[in-house]
Design a protein around this ligand. Structure first.
Ligand code: ACO
Ligand code: ZN
Length: 281
């Protein structure tokens, strides 16, 4: 995590306690002024309220009756559940989540206007409750066709495929809306790596099935990935040629196989049959 810390400006909170984890933070987050003298914060892992002292948290845990994020469980597959939280209906939760997330997001401006967002909180569930592993936020209405504003996998859960799961989930929602989507810019280095990995895997699989005989428009319709993102991904894989003023996909089977091998693990699948959701109106 060293490379992240170099970019840190005035990081006040150095560690947080969340559920069974103590987590070192990466970046500054604008907690209210009364927390300026703290270097450690104690979070309730369910309602995400934060406290200055362990004893306060222990007292809180005895009376907090949440065992999962507020809002609707819209997906369950084995021990993995996704909850949709409306920032307007659960303002404090939304704000707490933003404070927490900013500790790991460098470039994002924090929106206090959580009313305008939905939060998709991914949890691993057991008999003690549903433990958050990560989330993404999404504007209720986006002019720029953004289907994801911020994405985070909490550090103890990173590099296990949850990030790609969250990305895949955001595109499944876009498919249900009948829209194409793209993540809000700028992307962090880790964000770009994860998106590139996801786009590459999804597009290569389809190209292989169709033996390359497919257009960017058709790829976009099938995947809900915006055409520009498809083009940049295929360009980076050197699968695009420019002929007579047009971008043409040139997918030599041998080249596809080589890229597919390099693309690595597919990650955790989103089983769409387990998604019960209708678009926000
Ligand atoms: N070093 C190198 N590559 C990495 C690393 C790393 N530390 N972490 C992720 N990757 C790449 C890999 O290619 C990986 O695929 P692979 O494991 O198959 O090789 C791919 O990213 C995705 O890995 P996942 O395990 O699916 O993703 P993870 O759960 O770690 O979450 C995420 C990725 C959400 C970007 C996480 O790193 C994170 O929360 N970072 C901090 C917050 C952040 O930067 N968010 C994105 C901001 S941009 C935006 O919000 C629109
Ligand atoms: Zn609580």
């Amino acid at each position: 995590l060293r490379e992240h810390e170099e970019f840190t400006k005035v990081k006040n909170i150095a560690t947080i306690e969340l559920g069974r984890y103590e987590i070192e933070t990466w970046y500054f987050s604008p907690f209210p002024p009364e927390y300026n003298d703290c270097t450690k914060l104690f979070f309730c892992e369910f309602c995400l309220n934060f406290m200055k002292r362990k004893e306060q948290l222990q007292r809180h845990m005895r009376k907090c009756d949440l065992k999962h994020p507020p809002g609707d469980e819209i997906y369950r597959n084995g021990t993995l559940s996704m909850f949709e939280v409306d920032g307007k209906k659960n303002k404090v939760y939304g704000q707490n989540l933003c404070y927490l997330a900013k500790l790991f997001l460098d470039h994002k401006t924090l929106y206090y206007d959580v009313d305008l967002f939905l939060f998709y909180v991914l949890c691993e569930c057991d008999d003690r409750g549903c433990h958050m592993v990560g989330y993404f936020s999404k504007e209720k209405h986006s002019e720029e066709s953004y289907n994801l504003a911020c994405i985070l996998t909490l550090p103890p859960y990173q590099r296990k495929g949850y990030g790609k799961f969250l990305i895949a989930f955001s595109y499944e929602l876009s498919k249900k809306e009948g829209k194409v989507g793209t993540p809000e810019r700028p992307l962090s280095d880790l964000g770009l790596l994860s998106y590139r990995g996801y786009w590459t895997r999804v597009l290569l699989d389809i190209l292989k099935k169709h033996k390359g005989n497919i257009s960017i428009k058709e790829l976009s319709d099938m995947t809900a990935i915006k055409a520009e993102d498809i083009l940049s991904t295929l360009q980076s894989l050197e699968l695009i040629q420019y002929r007579k003023g047009q971008h043409v996909i040139c997918a030599d089977p041998k080249v596809l196989d080589r890229h597919l091998k390099a693309a690595g693990r597919g990650g955790l699948e989103v089983d769409v049959s387990k998604l019960i959701w209708t678009p926000y109106k």
